[in-house]
Design a binder for this molecule. Structure first.
Ligand code: ZN
Length: 327
């Protein structure tokens, strides 16, 4: 279905042998690393996904994420090897997620037969946006803090004697969460995150979570869509596909500000949180009313007076994100 979606935009389908060479299910005869990944074998023909897919909504979205990487590989295939990468690593992570923003709209899911009925009313809209907020907004402080912590470990600012303490300092400072039991330097909780022992940079996901809404908005504009951003589905829009292809085909041959300039039709060369704010604007309004009487935020010091709820988190984090404008 991910392949069909890209094809519906007039973009590229995967080559025939992708389906044979990829590992799309968990094999029974051997141990494998199940963390999903997409691979460019750099011979302009061999592209594969490794994923222990199960038939769940989460894996449906992950499949689109990985196919976004594959689509990028296919689009920049004619570039010299040195330019066959994303405009920046965040771009590479954002493609499939941006497509998913169309795919998971209730109207699209109904259209492709994955949802029997999609009620189109205020309560359902808020439930949808709240679910999306849990996915996209609640992630952002984590996406921000992981490499903040790791870079300070690398620079020595966080010494090897307080790896776990510093980790949880950030977890409470940015996410407002604390461990359910006492943790010590005997524990190494950051190591439970795949990208830490695998030595994969992480700030790209934070960048991607801002950028994917810019991609979504730009494609919706190209498709001539009018209406709230969270309901936009660019399925079958050749215009949206042409715009996305023109950015992806560059690979890293042009600097990322140039890629953003092309994407936004000259409106900006910067990463911009305005589209993610526009997407969640109705939820923001609902939360402000809902939390009008509640004290906002948390205090992390010594575990005192920690107030956390996802609603509070969202009301605080959204305005913070709006201040992030990247070069
Ligand atoms: Zn990825």
């Amino acid at each position: 279905m991910a392949d069909d979606f890209f094809a519906s935009l007039g973009m590229k389908s995967v080559p025939e042998d992708f389906w044979e060479k990829s590992m799309l299910w968990k094999p029974e005869d051997r141990d494998v690393v199940c963390h999903a990944s997409a691979w460019d074998f750099c011979d302009r023909g061999d592209f594969r996904i490794k994923q222990c897919t199960e038939v769940t909504m989460e894996d449906f979205v992950t499949a689109h994420h990985e196919m976004g990487h594959i689509q990028y590989y296919l689009q920049y295939v004619d570039q010299p090897l040195v330019f066959r990468e994303g405009a920046n690593p965040g771009f590479h992570e954002a493609v499939g997620d941006a497509i998913s923003l169309s795919v998971i709209t209730p109207s699209h899911l109904r259209q492709v037969g994955l949802l029997n009925k999609a009620e189109d009313d205020y309560e359902n809209d808020m439930n949808f946006l709240f679910t999306m907020g849990m996915e996209k907004i609640a992630f952002m402080p984590f996406g921000y803090l992981l490499d903040k912590w790791r870079w300070k470990v690398f620079s020595g600012e966080i010494s090897s004697e307080r790896l776990n303490e510093a980790w949880w300092d950030y977890r409470i400072k940015y996410q407002g969460i604390s461990p359910p039991v006492n943790r010590t330097e005997e524990n190494f909780d950051a190591g439970a995150k795949y990208h830490v022992p695998s030595n994969i940079p992480y700030i790209r996901y934070f960048v991607s979570f801002v950028l994917q809404f810019q991609l979504h908005q730009a494609m919706c504009d190209a498709a001539g869509y009018e209406g709230p951003l969270y309901k936009c589905d660019v399925y079958k829009s050749k215009e949206a596909g042409r715009l996305l292809s023109s950015v992806l085909a560059l690979g890293s041959a042009k600097p990322s500000p140039e890629a953003i300039r092309i994407l936004t039709n000259g409106r900006t060369t910067k990463m911009d949180a305005a589209p993610i704010l526009e997407y969640f604007e109705p939820l923001m309004r609902w939360l402000e009313e809902e939390n009008a009487e509640s004290p906002l935020g948390w205090r992390g010091e010594n575990g005192a007076d920690v107030k956390t709820s996802i609603g509070v988190l969202i009301t605080i984090v959204l305005p913070i994100i709006s201040r992030f404008i990247f070069e």
